[in-house]
Design a binder for this molecule. Structure first.
Ligand SMILES: *Cc1c(COP(=O)(O)O)cnc(C)c1O
Length: 405
């Protein structure tokens, strides 16, 4: 086993070596521009791009023509939301989204709202982080032109009832955009069955390269139109201009193919490791609380709050394990995770949360090491915590009069 251990697979994933192998010829030997229609270099590049488009479309049950390449899910989210708003502005300006979306969605709608271009409804989630489809239905007005709800959350892994939301969108004739970045390649995704009209996803969250992603744009029932946000050579059927990054796209295609072939196997392995990590930690440490849905969540996700322990201190004590915490000491605001707050998790427990993100390349010995280390560090930090000591002595912390600082 090698240190440090990478358990932050929601932030990015290591590239699968098989993906790199397929990419390599496209940097030097086969360097053509896929838009060069008049020579062999261009044809070879175009052929490779079209092959990747097929692999990607197959994974999500789409038609290859419905795939628009972007630089990643952030761009896909921007393109979907701004593109729909601009294209359908005659119809209305109301967007429905949820309070636990990724910032690529939330910041986009907030920016539009701030400029007076859109009216936005932010739906609440339940204590597990799930959107209620009936809330979506109730929020629809005559002016609603887009529903944007994520498939799986990047912090707590909770999977939304996307199919039910898609059904309501269809019934009401409203476009449905889904940020499926955490779900594609990890859980089955079928844009037909789920009634999705636009969908964002990204290669680097599924063992592909960073810097490439896609927006699925439905071609029929209905034919979705979006206004381009990048003008130029008219690539990607005019929806996203810019020379295609052929090596990245080839890698993205291969990553999708591998996910399709190995999803079932990966899922069984990940769930076994994740459940063992969860059970061992929670059994050994009292007052540790699971965040997110107990069963309906991504196979590789585990998010736990350890009462009386600062998430950041915990990370500091375990520098040889790459994890993420819901405590945002790196940001200027000191606000803990807005996702956990939206579930109703208190400020203290939100600051005490740790996200474990397991992936394809994690091994059992890494999980053993992590279990041991987490138990050791949480126990040590609690022993040093006066609050923990008081709580153990039966002092009701809520009754304590704190001195102002
Ligand atoms: C990572 C992520 C994004 C951003 O993707 P990039 O490709 O890094 O721009 C958007 N949404 C979700 C849910 C994510 O997890």
């Amino acid at each position: 086993m090698k240190l440090p251990i990478f358990l932050d697979n929601h932030s990015t994933t290591p590239m699968d070596p098989r993906v790199l192998d397929t990419m390599l010829p496209y940097f030097v030997e086969k360097f053509g521009n896929a838009a060069s229609r008049n020579h062999a270099f261009g044809w070879a590049a175009e052929e490779a791009v079209e092959q990747a488009r097929k692999q990607i479309a197959k994974l999500i049950k789409a038609d290859p023509k419905e795939i628009v390449f972007t630089s990643g899910a952030t761009e896909s989210d921007n393109l979907a939301i701004k593109g729909v708003l601009e294209m359908y502005k005659e119809k209305g300006d109301h967007i429905i989204t949820s309070s636990t979306e990724h910032r690529a969605v939330l910041d986009t709608v907030k920016s539009l709202e701030g400029k007076g271009k859109a009216a936005v409804t932010y739906l609440p989630v339940d204590k597990f982080g799930m959107v209620n489809p009936e809330d979506v239905r109730k929020a629809i007005t005559e002016k609603t032109i887009l529903i944007s709800i994520m498939l799986a959350n990047n912090e707590i892994g909770t999977i939304n009832p996307v199919k039910e939301i898609g059904k309501i969108a269809k019934e009401k004739g409203i476009l449905f955009h889904c940020d499926a970045t955490q779900g594609v390649g990890k859980i089955p995704v079928d844009v037909q069955d789920m009634g999705i009209d636009l969908m964002s996803f990204s290669a680097h969250k599924m063992y592909g390269p960073k810097g490439v992603g896609a927006l699925y744009v439905r071609k029929k029932n209905p034919r979705v139109r979006i206004a381009a946000q990048m003008d130029g050579g008219g690539h990607e059927r005019g929806m996203r201009s810019g020379t295609l990054p052929v090596p990245l796209i080839v890698g993205f295609g291969k990553a999708c193919e591998l996910c399709e072939q190995e999803m079932a196997k990966d899922t069984v392995r990940l769930i076994a490791m994740r459940d063992r990590l969860e059970a061992s930690i929670m059994k050994a440490l009292e007052e540790s609380y699971l965040n997110g849905h107990p069963t309906n969540r991504l196979p590789g996700n585990l998010n736990i709050s350890f009462a009386y322990v600062e998430g950041e201190s915990l990370l500091m004590g375990m520098k040889d394990i790459a994890l993420s915490s819901g405590s945002a000491c790196t940001s200027a605001t000191l606000e803990p995770s807005y996702v956990l707050r939206a579930l109703g998790v208190g400020t203290e427990l939100a600051h005490s949360s740790i996200r474990f993100g397991l992936g394809r390349f994690n091994q059992d010995d890494e999980i053993d090491y992590t279990i041991k280390k987490v138990i050791e560090i949480v126990t040590k930090l609690r022993e040093m915590s006066p609050l923990y000591e008081m709580a153990k002595e039966g002092v009701d912390l809520k009754s304590v009069q704190w001195a102002a600082h």
